[in-house]
Design a protein around this ligand. Structure first.
Ligand SMILES: *Cc1c(COP(=O)(O)O)cnc(C)c1O
Length: 423
């Protein structure tokens, strides 16, 4: 069956025809590609066309699609049972590996998604500090827990309002939202509300509103202010964890958060999340402490096997090679007139605008241009995430052959853009 036929049926089953909203292609237009099978850096859709994948399931696949080593580990685990609802040795193996890569990880809890990791970390922070207020930053995405679907309030109000229907106003008011890259705003907030703040949560490498690289001084100031006011610092490393360095952004910037959240890569393509950090803070989590949090499929043995097989292959040499190649891909992207491609590690953001560090600075025109680029690249067989606010993910299998394929697509598309970036 074709993509069209399948999508027509999907629309009768699911809101927007999808199981997660961006997949609906609403931003870029057209029919979503139904993936039939995927291997390495490629996938085939239901129309039988093959694509070079630069979305890579939004981050988990740092070793590429259907990596044979991960498949073997998963197959072995599956044969011993799909779920136990009881402790099993594979959880320990994954925890050991995480601790080897993340030196500040003293205690952790395994969960099944990034959203769950964040939601649980926030509850632990509130339980530990006895405070209710949470600070987040505009342009950072932390999954869809109520407290995180909040935008900045109007004017000078420091209390947020829900950015989604279905969330009580009272919940929004307990989340404050500040701008990234605004040191003065940060200092003013802590002077006024530091004492009532349970935690600040940030993507240290913001990668969900494009890529918004932060200055080290900003992140350092956040660490200092949290400590000074008794608020916990949570690094949401669901994307950057095990991606930008073995120890994630915490290692890259040499800043230690109190708690960290992981997802995506940690499950190697299976549903795994994790939150943890300081053992005194994690001491509040049930059954050791009064903060309740649980999960039927938490620590699932098959998911553990996929995560472990992935993390075991992530060595410093792997990152050095991947990051080096990512810089080459960014240069190739920039052969398109007007396009800029900032990158951190193997995260790349193709945009027709330069130097963006704050979510509110992304120009509408740059996004329109991206949508045009998306369609043209798709015609050339290159699959970018279907929104200009999403980054591209490179994997360890995006080697010379993939690069040659990408260069050909860029060469075909580039003449359609003028030097000012207009199509
Ligand atoms: C993807 C993501 C989440 C949510 O993870 P899910 O597994 O989709 O629930 C949270 N935080 C960040 C930074 C993410 O990129």
């Amino acid at each position: 069956m074709s993509n069209e036929t399948l999508f027509a049926e999907a629309l009768t089953h699911f809101p927007g025809g999808v199981s997660s909203p961006v997949r609906a292609f609403r931003a870029v237009g057209g029919t979503p590609k139904f993936f039939k099978r995927a291997w390495g850096w490629q996938f085939e859709d239901e129309d039988g066309r093959t694509f070079l994948d630069l979305c890579m399931s939004w981050g988990p696949l740092i070793l590429g699609h259907a990596n044979p080593d991960i498949l073997a580990a998963v197959t072995e685990a599956m044969a011993e049972g799909l779920t136990f609802g009881a402790p099993s040795r594979r959880e320990l193996a994954l925890a050991r590996r995480i601790k080897a890569m993340v030196p500040f990880m003293e205690k952790m809890r395994l969960v099944s998604s990034g959203t769950e990791a964040v939601m649980s970390a926030l509850r632990a922070a509130r339980g530990f500090t006895g405070r209710d207020r949470i600070l987040k930053f505009d342009g950072c995405y932390h999954g869809h827990a109520d407290a995180m679907l909040v935008k900045a309030g109007s004017g000078l109000v420091t209390f947020g309002e829900p950015s989604s229907a279905g969330i009580p106003k009272a919940v929004g008011e307990l989340t404050s939202v500040l701008s990234l890259d605004d040191l003065e705003g940060l200092e003013a907030y802590f002077a006024k509300h530091g004492g009532e703040t349970a935690c600040a949560i940030i993507e240290p490498v913001p990668a969900n509103n494009g890529l918004l690289p932060q200055q080290l001084e900003f992140l350092t100031a956040l660490r200092t202010l949290c400590t000074k006011h008794g608020a916990l610092l949570i690094f949401d490393e669901v994307i950057s964890g095990f991606r930008v360095a073995p120890g994630g952004a915490a290692e890259l910037y040499d800043i230690t958060p109190d708690l960290v959240t992981y997802g995506k890569i940690i499950g190697g393509g299976m549903p795994v999340g994790c939150y943890g950090g300081r053992k005194d803070v994690m001491g509040v989590v049930s059954p050791d402490g009064p903060v309740y949090q649980a999960g039927t499929l938490s620590g699932n043995p098959v998911a553990m096997a996929a995560g472990l097989a992935t993390l075991e292959r992530l060595t410093p040499a792997f990152y050095a090679d991947l990051n080096h190649r990512a810089a080459l891909w960014a240069k190739v992207f920039e052969r398109i007139p007007g396009l800029h491609c900032p990158h951190i590690g193997s995260l790349l953001w193709p945009l027709f605008q330069a130097g963006v560090k704050r979510a509110d600075r992304v120009e509408a025109g740059a996004i329109t241009q991206f949508n045009h680029l998306h369609r043209l690249m798709l015609e050339q067989g290159v699959y970018l995430a279907p929104s200009g606010y999403e980054v591209a993910f490179l994997s360890g299998v995006h080697g010379d052959e993939a690069l040659a394929c990408f260069e050909a697509a860029v060469a075909a598309v580039a003449p359609q853009f003028r030097s000012d970036g207009a199509p």
